[in-house]
Design a protein around this ligand. Structure first.
Ligand code: SF4
Length: 340
């Protein structure tokens, strides 16, 4: 039996029951694939169910307010994914009459849709002959064919896509999902469970006893540490939230005032408040320290409670004064939630 058929048979028995697998609805597949980027399945399930309940169709999402979408996304991280949802849904509705396109060249034009997501939607929803190659799939193929291709080099991804394309069986819909599932459950990064693997007999890396050392990944991203002073600005029992700029890290979300000084000196806080928010400093107190890890960055945060004289509201940046119980209405990134 070919390795493809063994894998398909294994998937039929072992596929996890997941809400986006109930049917082959391209909207649900797209949404789940966007949520699953950099995020574990177990975390995504609840978010996905809430999202589908609120926005059951691509049309509903196309007319959503960004802030409400960001609020639903709160805690999932990598918010640029969330910000591209509405433009993508709008393009599907306006340019493709509410149907996710069936051609790769159209699909890849949708905001936030890369080669992997396009391949996943086209193969799972429409059974099109397209590979869907992510880190899991590259790992499985690197081991299956005992390949020393460096997965941190972009051209390797293309080479893996070509190889997967050559080996795609007729049932692309289930085969691509089976590959992802094998990579997630059995052919795991550190200790592959080869004794449970349906394609162990076909696996060249297993035979050569090098499975755990593949795939090759030469470039390790070193995360940069940044010191952040984070201000919980208070006046008359209310707290100030600031809307972050529409570009850059945590763009468009609400958060606390923060800046990059090394030490929380009174002059630094005083000047920052005057220069940026036209607020008059009264006192400050260091509350706690916390760390937040982003993809390429680590924030070493010091939270400082600052009392100011008056509740002024400035034109820029956009700010709001709220009582603590009002916090839940705003999309706050996890970095700030940790501190509050
Ligand atoms: Fe991965 Fe082991 Fe299966 Fe090879 S035999 S594909 S290394 S789990």
């Amino acid at each position: 039996m070919s390795f493809q058929n063994k894998l398909l048979a294994w998937y039929q028995v072992n596929a996890r029951v997941l809400p986006w697998r109930e049917d082959s609805n391209p909207y649900k597949i797209w949404l789940s694939e966007v949520m699953l980027q950099q995020t574990q399945v177990i975390t995504v399930i609840d978010y996905f169910n809430r999202f589908i309940k609120r926005y059951p169709t691509v049309e509903a999402l196309a007319s959503a307010e960004e802030e409400k979408v960001l609020k639903l996304w709160e805690g999932l991280g990598y918010y640029s994914r969330a910000r591209r949802l509405i433009p993508c849904a709008q393009m599907v509705v306006e340019r493709f009459d509410g149907q996710f396109p069936k051609d790769y060249s159209d699909m890849i034009k949708l905001p936030g849709v890369g080669s992997y997501t396009a391949g996943a939607i086209l193969s799972i929803a429409y059974n099109k002959k397209v590979a869907a190659v992510d880190g899991n799939v590259m790992r499985v193929y690197a081991r299956l064919y005992n390949l020393d291709w460096d997965i941190s080099i972009p051209k390797s991804k293309k080479a893996f896509e070509d190889l997967v394309m050559e080996t795609l069986p007729e049932d692309r819909r289930h085969f691509n999902q089976a590959l992802m599932e094998l990579g997630a459950l059995v052919c795991t990064p550190k200790s592959p469970k080869c004794d449970l693997c349906p394609i162990e007999a076909d696996c060249l890396a297993k035979h050569a006893d090098v499975a755990a050392s593949l795939p090759i990944k030469s470039k390790k991203i070193k995360k940069k540490h940044m010191k952040k002073i984070v201000l919980r600005i208070e006046c008359d029992g209310e707290m100030l939230l600031i809307k972050r700029p529409n570009e850059g890290l945590l763009a468009g979300l609400w958060g606390l005032a923060c800046f990059d000084y090394e030490v929380p000196l009174e002059e630094n806080i005083r000047y920052w408040l005057e220069d940026n928010l036209d607020l008059d400093y009264v006192s400050h107190e260091v509350i706690k320290e916390a760390k937040h890890v982003f993809t390429h960055l680590i924030w070493d945060m010091t939270l400082i409670k600052v009392i100011v004289k008056d509740k002024k509201v400035v034109d820029f940046p956009e700010v709001v004064w709220i009582a603590p119980e009002g916090l839940s209405e705003y999309p706050l990134p996890t970095a700030f939630k940790k501190l509050l």
